[in-house]
Design a protein. Structure first.
Length: 340
């Protein structure tokens, strides 16, 4: 493990005014996104879509890293330059999703465990050769009647820590992603309880596995009410509850926290991040690692049409810039309208 290299990469991933583009949709997920714009999901259409995003003029001003899917990491621009090489030249750090998905946790109905540890050491060595300098593993914690159980939280935390240890051994920065889903009817208070229990377990396991905290990034959910909750908290309450929870459980040695958007709209995810950064006085960088919230507007503007490439890139740049402003608490809802 080269601690200096890990720390340098981690700091680069959470550079001021920038954040991470999650472009690691699985084949099934990208098909759903393409279905929404009536585009067939083929290897070439997926490659073309990612190239539209990656070659957006000015993107490097607001994007510090990109999380790839295995297929995408091996793809090239139409000019024959590998995507990792293309982005590295722009100063954007390539990363790779390495888990194989959440599967049912035997004996625990309604709960899941993320798989993908078998053969991970060998895959990480190959991904490093292909240009990846960080990785991502997502654990999924659902809230419903009687769940999550402490066992499911602990099992997922243990897997996250094992993954993180293998990453650091390979000089790859681990993004540790314990996502408490916002799909249910739970209140903000219930989300805070479950997020607290999850983060407590995750950092206990990271400590037990001797993870070098300065060489990792946390990718958590925001503390937010479930989509089906009749009483949704306002944006300021979400920001305050999230920061309060993180202060309690995330050691200051962690260089940055890169939030997932988790099904929030682009504007919501931007506003929440902005308000958190306005609170200030925090020991870590608060940044973003958004998928849908960065891509949805660009995907619709592009629509799979070659003649709409520029429109797609403009939409992507606009959102990246707005979220970049939220990194320093200088975004406003007024800019949302002005940029439209």
């Amino acid at each position: 493990m080269d601690r200096t290299q890990l720390e340098s990469t981690a700091r680069g991933m959470v550079a001021q005014d920038k954040g991470i583009l999650a472009a690691d949709e699985s084949g099934g997920t990208i098909k759903k996104r393409f279905d929404a714009i009536n585009l067939q999901s083929t290897e070439e259409s997926r490659r073309g879509y990612r190239e539209m995003l990656f070659t957006t003029p000015g993107a490097a001003d607001y994007i510090s890293g990109v999380i790839f899917y295995d297929e995408t990491l091996r793809q090239k621009t139409k000019d024959g330059v590998s995507f990792p090489e293309y982005l590295t030249k722009l100063g954007i750090i390539p990363g790779i999703k390495v888990d194989t998905g959440a599967k049912p946790l035997a004996g625990f109905p309604g709960e899941t465990i993320t798989e993908g540890l078998d053969g991970l050491r060998e895959r990480l060595a190959q991904y490093y050769q292909l240009g990846a300098r960080f990785a991502k593993w997502r654990a999924v914690i659902d809230i419903a009647d009687g769940i999550p159980s402490q066992f499911a939280i602990d099992a997922n935390a243990h897997a996250l820590a094992r993954y993180a240890a293998l990453c650091q051994e390979a000089n790859i920065v681990p993004i540790v992603e314990p996502e408490v889903l916002m799909d249910g009817a739970h209140t903000l208070e219930r989300c805070e309880q479950v997020t607290s229990a999850t983060l407590a377990s995750v950092f206990q396991q990271l400590h037990s596995h001797r993870i070098h905290l300065e060489g990792m990034i946390l990718k958590p959910n925001m503390v937010i009410a479930g989509k089906k909750c009749p009483t949704r908290a306002n944006a300021q309450q979400v920001a305050e509850a999230t920061v309060r929870t993180l202060r309690r459980y995330v050691p200051s040695a962690v260089p940055g926290i890169a939030f997932l958007s988790g099904g929030q709209s682009a504007a919501e995810a931007t506003e929440h991040l902005n308000l958190m950064n306005k609170i200030g006085g925090l020991p870590w960088q608060l940044t973003f690692s958004y998928g849908r919230a960065l891509q949805d507007e660009a995907l619709r503007a592009w629509g799979g049409k070659p003649e709409s490439l520029t429109a797609g890139q403009k939409a992507f740049f606009r959102r990246a810039k707005l979220v970049g402003l939220a990194r320093s608490g200088s975004y406003s809802a007024k800019q949302e309208q002005e940029a439209a």
